[in-house]
Design a binder for this molecule. Sequence first.
Ligand SMILES: NCc1[nH]cc(CCC(=O)O)c1CC(=O)O
Length: 303
Amino acid sequence: MRIGTRGSALAVAQTTTVANALAAKTGVVIEIVTVRTEGDTSTESLASLGGTGVFAGALREALVAGRVDVVVHSLKDLPTAAYPGLSIGAVPKRVDARDALCARDGLTMDELPAGARVGTGSPRRAAQLRARRPDIEVVDIRGNVDTRLAHVAEGRLDAVVLAAAGLDRLGRLGAITEFLSLDGWPTAPGQGALALEVREGDEKLVAALNHNPTRTIVEAERHVLALLEAGCAAPIGAHGQIDDGLLFLDARVYSPDGTEKLTSSHALYVSDTVHPSLEVAERVANELLENGAATLAPLGSAQ
Ligand SMILES: NCc1[nH]cc(CCC(=O)O)c1CC(=O)O
């Protein structure tokens, strides 16, 4: 079985984990194939690339063409629209969904001095930073996780905000100076989860790695994006969880300058309905739209 991945250290790390787990569960021999994507090679800001699918496109083409049998995506980088002929065969158990602050000298968010330079390429993180600390300077950066951490280590920035999941997968948890709680800092739909995409009909190749609660939760988070017709670069955070059969979904839309935000939370019992993810997302998205989400934030083009 050939598994396709982006070439970044993070992508290779998470694909290797998936390959090992799949080999252990199925006994199949696995080869990892690296595919270059526009999101990896371009130095443009993510927002200007148009966001949607800059990482996923080349991987999906390789899958359709039969050059690989499975591709591993970070779920948060995967467009919400279905892709003809392809299907998400499995969503493995999610790891940490939180963002983390990686600052110089062990500083926390509250301890950063006024005027501190904090790097991120994400409009959501930029809005959240401005909301939390209007007195700091948000700096737009690109590059992989190691490049971003180097900006701090080498003194060009005071801090960066990154996904805890990515830092963990790269063995860089030691760079974290504060985990940002999901209550106050919901993260990108699907953050910390992976999607194993296959050609339609091949779902059984990867079914052994599927984790149904994770799938239900991340589908709810992603439905919010789709219902708001928002791209992955929109300033939207969403966080779902399942406790005792109750699916809870919280989503927040920010104005880019961080001065305004809209929040909506709803919950329903998974066993009470046929499509719990879609229903809870509809309640959340409708409430956000009724309260003006589309005028508060540039949601980006429909997918
Ligand atoms: N957009 C890049 C990207 N895609 C997935 C992750 C982190 C790992 C994950 O969320 O699964 C990252 C890096 C980051 O946001 O810090």
